[in-house]
Design a protein around this ligand. Structure first.
Ligand code: PLP
Length: 395
């Protein structure tokens, strides 16, 4: 039905024209080893049992699919549902992936894990599972982000992780990721790199997608039970793209409409935004080919979003392919629209969402006139808003 392959990526790690492995020679062996480890784990019942058990008894899965009747009435729609990743342990979907990867790390026999983090949510989720498994953990974080997200720095430290400040470049997520890759190149023998979104060299975009697909698989089951059919419309915010692909992947062959929402920051024309798919061009960053915010000379541009979790100039290669194929639509909302979206959900449903999630809520309200009244709508609530309260409380 759709002009996309049944299974992506291909054997070389490409999603259409995107993905691949653009890394130093020393990492090729490590990436091959990781892919082998992952393929083995996929067909190993004991691994799958350990994964399911940890998702259920530690992360709190399955998360609810909440019917949002006051929001639906406000939008003049019959049915709106919220997938509640905000109720996961540590407060966001990130833990789904770190649980999967820490089990791979354990299987690899390596004693140390590293991660990059922007807002600190992935860093916290990694420090959490590293503590649980008794592995040592170093997290790279830009100095600027450490300042903006002090609470998450304290959480990581309390969990026993070392937070390594990154002082290069803009001192944000892009630079932290470069530093983590550099560490991995140097210490690849004893170190497992837990990447936080569907980005990086193959096989990471595939592995992270698969671990996050638990979101969409649960939605399919929960929706069948509640409504007896698949949803018509799925909406999720897109930073690197992991919560969005986690919701979308199980429905790619269905007839559902899917929309990924990027951060338009101060506005698409302002030059201060993070709308990579809406405004970027194909290029190479952090080991793979994908849409990228870049200037005319191909230099990576600064991203801006009020939400630190969306403030990244790249995006996952699979989203790039889905955009080109026309299977998923990508659009964006501004900082101000997102703030209004967060307030709307808080007042109507008693749920304070993460600023990232607020972008998806804001878009639903904005596009509401174009949606059929009887559409079955699902919005992914990727995380809770505690970390964003200082921003929300600003007059
Ligand atoms: C990290 C984060 C995001 C953005 O990352 P994706 O990989 O695009 O999902 C979105 N929402 C929350 C709550 C996050 O913590």
């Amino acid at each position: 039905m759709w002009n996309i392959p049944q299974s992506m990526p291909d054997l070389h790690g490409y999603f259409g024209a995107y993905g691949g492995r653009f890394v130093p020679e020393t990492l090729i062996g490590a990436l091959d080893e990781l892919e082998g480890l992952y393929r083995e784990a996929q067909s190993d019942d004991s691994f799958q049992r350990a994964l399911e058990d940890m998702l259920r008894t530690y992360a709190g899965r399955p998360t609810p699919l909440t019917r949002a009747d006051r929001l639906a009435r406000h939008l003049k729609k019959q049915r709106v549902y919220l997938k509640r990743e905000d109720l996961c342990h540590t407060g966001a979907h990130k833990i789904n992936n770190t649980i999967g990867q820490i089990l791979l790390a354990q299987r690899s026999g390596k004693s140390r894990v590293i991660a990059e983090t922007g807002a600190g949510q992935h860093g916290v989720a990694t420090a959490t599972v590293a503590a649980r498994m008794g592995l040592s953990c170093d997290v790279y974080m830009g100095e600027e982000d450490m300042e903006r997200q002090k609470l998450n720095v304290r959480r990581m430290e309390m969990l026993g992780a070392r937070v390594l400040p990154v002082r290069s470049g803009t001192r944000t997520l892009k630079d932290a990721t470069s530093e983590a890759i550099r560490d991995w190149v140097t210490n690849v023998r004893d170190t497992f790199y837990i990447i936080g979104s569907v980005v990086g060299p193959h096989p990471y975009p595939m592995i992270v997608r698969d671990f996050q697909s638990v979101i969409g698989l649960e939605v399919r089951e929960q929706m069948l039970r509640a409504e007896g059919r698949d949803p018509d419309l799925l909406i999720a915010c897109v930073g690197g793209g992991s919560n969005a692909i986690g919701l979308f992947a199980p429905f790619l062959q269905s007839s559902a409409t899917m929309i990924g929402i990027e951060a338009a920051g101060l506005g698409l024309e302002s030059g201060h935004h993070a709308a990579t798919l809406t405004r970027g061009l194909p290029g190479i960053l952090h080991g793979s080919r994908s849409y990228l915010l870049q200037d005319d000379d191909g230099q990576v541009q600064l991203a801006h979003s009020i939400s630190a979790g969306l403030d990244y100039p790249g995006v996952g290669p699979e989203h790039s392919a889905l955009k080109d194929a026309g299977r998923v639509t990508y659009d964006s909302v501004t900082d101000d629209e997102a703030l209004a979206g967060a307030r709307l959900l808080a007042r109507l449903e008693g749920i304070i969402p993460a600023l990232e999630t607020a972008h998806a809520i804001a878009y639903l309200e904005k596009m509401s006139p174009d949606i059929a009244d009887d559409a079955l709508i699902v919005v992914n609530v990727s995380g809770r808003g505690d970390k964003d309260m200082t921003t929300y409380a600003r007059p």
